[in-house]
Design a protein around this ligand. Structure first.
Ligand code: RP5
Length: 191
């Protein structure tokens, strides 16, 4: 399991609360993917967490090729202090669902477009969970992976004021970027 401590990102020196220190130093989010070939997409989730200064771990485990490893990971995650799991897989993408079957932690599923079906297979396999075993499924591909990271931050932000403020700041940044696009468009079109 590769680990990232969030302290080096956007955290401020003034953070003193234990919870906040934990968020920045102890992996709170576990990112797993079905194969190392999913990394190009799943690193977007990691980037989003780094932007919030959230410590995470990242690894490969497969619902089909390593079912025991996957079940063991899912069962032990809560005891290791993990609070949210992000699971990305492609094709017959059962990884998020199988993990959700073995844990009460919130599981976010990222459908990966790695087969000739362009991720529609992964989307349906990830999203169509039976009642009782939820997986919060995001969009196919990089946008979904980014949103998985932000959604994990939002879950953790419920118990961290500092994180909640960073989430508010992100909304402002996004709104400002639209204002800027509008301004540039008017200049381009001469309106
Ligand atoms: C899935 O099969 C993985 O999540 C990956 O998206 C896809 C292909 O895996 P590799 O054959 O590249 O290992 O289980």
């Amino acid at each position: 399991m590769v680990q990232y401590a969030g302290g080096g990102a956007r955290g401020t020196a003034a953070e003193t609360a234990t919870l906040q220190e934990d968020i920045m130093s102890k992996p709170q989010v576990s990112i797993v993917m079905g194969s190392d070939s999913d990394l190009d997409i799943m690193r977007e989730a990691a980037k989003a967490l780094e932007d919030f200064g959230i410590a995470y771990e990242i690894d490969v485990t497969s619902a089909h090729r390593s079912p025991e490893r996957t079940a063991d990971f899912a069962r032990k995650a809560v005891g290791r202090g993990i609070r949210v799991i992000i699971a990305g897989a492609g094709g017959a993408a059962h990884l998020a669902g199988v993990i959700a079957a073995h844990t009460t932690l919130p599981v976010i599923g990222v459908p990966i477009s790695s087969t000739p079906l362009n991720g529609m297979d992964s989307l349906l396999a990830t999203v169509q969970m039976p009642a009782g075993i939820p997986v919060a499924t995001v969009a196919i591909g990089k946008a979904g992976a980014t949103n998985a990271g932000i959604l994990a931050a939002q879950i953790l932000g419920l118990s961290s004021e500092s994180l909640a403020r960073k989430l508010e700041a992100l909304k402002e940044t996004l709104a400002n970027s639209v204002e800027e696009k509008s301004r540039k468009l008017k200049i381009t079109l001469g309106t």
